[in-house]
Design a protein around this ligand. Structure first.
Ligand SMILES: *Cc1c(COP(=O)(O)O)cnc(C)c1O
Length: 496
């Protein structure tokens, strides 16, 4: 069955998957959603016999129906290769009674690699399919991890260039070093004086700027997005939910049709939305547990039906979740509004003007698969220590938010459903927070010294991604004010 893509904000025409990937965002500012969520056309028992790459093909072919088998398989092959430090690509670690789905074995040791290692290939394939000759300019706002993963994915990919904006004071030291040392003549990295939401709003404004698009086209450029709003990011993320479930099935950890919970440390709502899509494809799911840190907009939303971003923006030890506008939530809103583009557009307009919208009781009922939870900084740190003491397993701060939320949930509900926690970053990426959570004595120690200590206490090898940046040169030092983001892009591209 052909799957086409439509905007969440207008009931206009549909586009093919490759066109949706190229555009990133719909022209009306909405997000592309599939006309229907496809079902897997193979049994889970059969998928359980496949490796990651084969599973990826089974899932992605259902969504990207205008890609040929050769095209899609070639993208998958180039993405999920030796860049990952394990053949399993996304291994499960059973610790302390739950299954941690480790999504951090790629080039930049965070889960964004799962999608960003394939997106450049999906994008260049899409360009070829649509006879695009412009150079594709990837414009990205990052709260830390997307930036590096996108840079690594696109560096020196022919026919593309990439510009990444990040909040200068809103990412970890290691995250910043990873980005500013990025090689590749087609890469640019810019710190902004605002926070992540400012960066994201600035990028969105440029995407919606028709005049800018025209100038760019005249000079042989066009924008595309590597942010999690791109359907080419979302679809590859559905894969590891199918993969993790079928691994549990293969191990006998779950029986046929047995449901599992997925717990996801959430920021922009892309990862958990992928889990929701996996459920709709046929994976037996009980609850999708959406874990937030102190920036608990989503928790409040699931509790009250009111989305309200009017609150203090809090910098936490899980910076990739320091987000007040969860862009991908729009796709869920659209679905629970009965695919009513007008209603969705109205709510998003309210969000833009007053920072707030509320959903009806009926819509709230449609979200019954989801449970919200949140963990404070204290709880997050305590969870890292608790699991380390109990199981010798060291997790990062984002994963710890999810783990803490899960244990609260389990205590509150006595739900004994088998549970998979999405483990979204390597602890090495957040060594300072992780090590001081384990023992106060590490306070004040240098980042790289802590990395060595982490390797000792966890008995794990220091990932290449970390070894690499120890000695690398800083290649990017551009900083701009939030209001100057467009000027900066024009300067980089030589448009002015
Ligand atoms: C991006 C990110 C998240 C949040 O994922 P979303 O898809 O934006 O909800 C959580 N943890 C880490 C480590 C991340 O990089």
């Amino acid at each position: 069955m052909e799957i086409r893509y439509k905007s969440t904000r207008s009931s206009g025409g549909t586009v093919t998957a490759s066109q949706a990937i190229l555009k990133g965002l719909a022209e009306d500012g909405g997000l592309f959603v599939p006309t229907s969520i496809p079902k897997l056309d193979m049994s889970l028992e059969d998928i359980a016999k496949m490796d990651y790459q084969e599973t990826a093909y089974q899932v992605m072919k259902q969504f990207l129906t205008d890609f040929t088998e050769d095209e899609l398989k070639s993208c998958i092959k180039r993405a999920y290769d030796e860049k990952f430090d394990t053949k399993e690509i996304a291994p499960l670690a059973e610790k302390d009674g739950v299954h941690y789905l480790e999504l951090f074995h790629g080039a930049t040791i965070a889960f964004k690699d799962m999608a960003l290692s394939i997106l450049p290939h999906l994008l260049t394939t899409s360009a070829k399919k649509n006879q695009i000759s412009n150079q594709i300019v990837i414009l990205t706002a990052t709260s830390g991890d997307t930036g590096k993963a996108a840079l690594a994915g696109f560096a020196d990919v022919e026919g593309t260039s990439i510009i990444v904006f990040y909040p200068k004071n809103g990412v970890s030291k290691i995250q910043e070093r990873q980005m500013v040392t990025q090689k590749g003549a087609n890469t640019s990295v810019v710190g902004i004086t605002g926070n992540f939401d400012d960066a994201q709003s600035g990028v969105k404004a440029m995407f919606n700027n028709k005049e800018l698009a025209k100038t760019m086209d005249e000079k042989g450029y066009q924008f595309s997005s590597a942010n999690s709003i791109n359907i080419g990011r979302l679809v590859p993320q559905v894969v590891y939910y199918v993969y993790s479930y079928t691994r549990l099935l293969a191990q006998g950890a779950v029986q046929k049709d047995e449901k599992v919970n997925f717990v996801v440390p959430t920021g922009n709502f892309g990862n958990i939305l992928a889990a929701f899509y996996a459920k709709n494809m046929g994976i037996p799911v009980n609850k999708l547990i959406c874990a937030s840190n102190d920036n608990k907009v989503l928790y409040d939303f699931f509790e009250t039906g009111v989305y309200d971003k009017n609150r203090e923006f809090i910098l936490t030890s899980s910076p990739s979740m320091d987000i007040l506008i969860s862009s991908n939530l729009e796709r869920l809103i659209y679905k629970i509004a009965g695919e009513d583009a007008k209603k969705t557009a109205d709510m998003m307009a309210a969000l833009a003007s007053s920072g707030k919208y509320s959903i009806t009781e009926e819509m709230q009922f449609q979200m019954k698969d989801f449970v919200g939870g949140w963990a404070s900084e204290e709880k997050t740190a305590a969870e890292i220590k608790r699991v380390y003491d109990a199981a010798g397993y060291v997790m990062d701060t984002h994963t710890a938010v999810a783990s803490a939320v899960y244990h609260d949930y389990k205590e509150r509900t006595a739900d004994t459903t088998k549970t998979v926690i999405a483990s979204t970053a390597s602890p090495y990426k957040f060594a300072t927070s992780v090590m001081t959570a384990i023992d106060e004595k590490y306070k004040g120690m240098d980042d790289f010294a802590l990395i060595d200590e982490l390797s000792k206490v966890s008995g794990t090898k220091i990932p290449n991604a970390v070894e690499e940046i120890r000695s690398a040169d800083v290649l990017h030092d551009r900083v701009c004010e939030t209001e100057k983001m467009q000027d900066t892009v024009e300067e980089i591209l030589g448009l002015a």
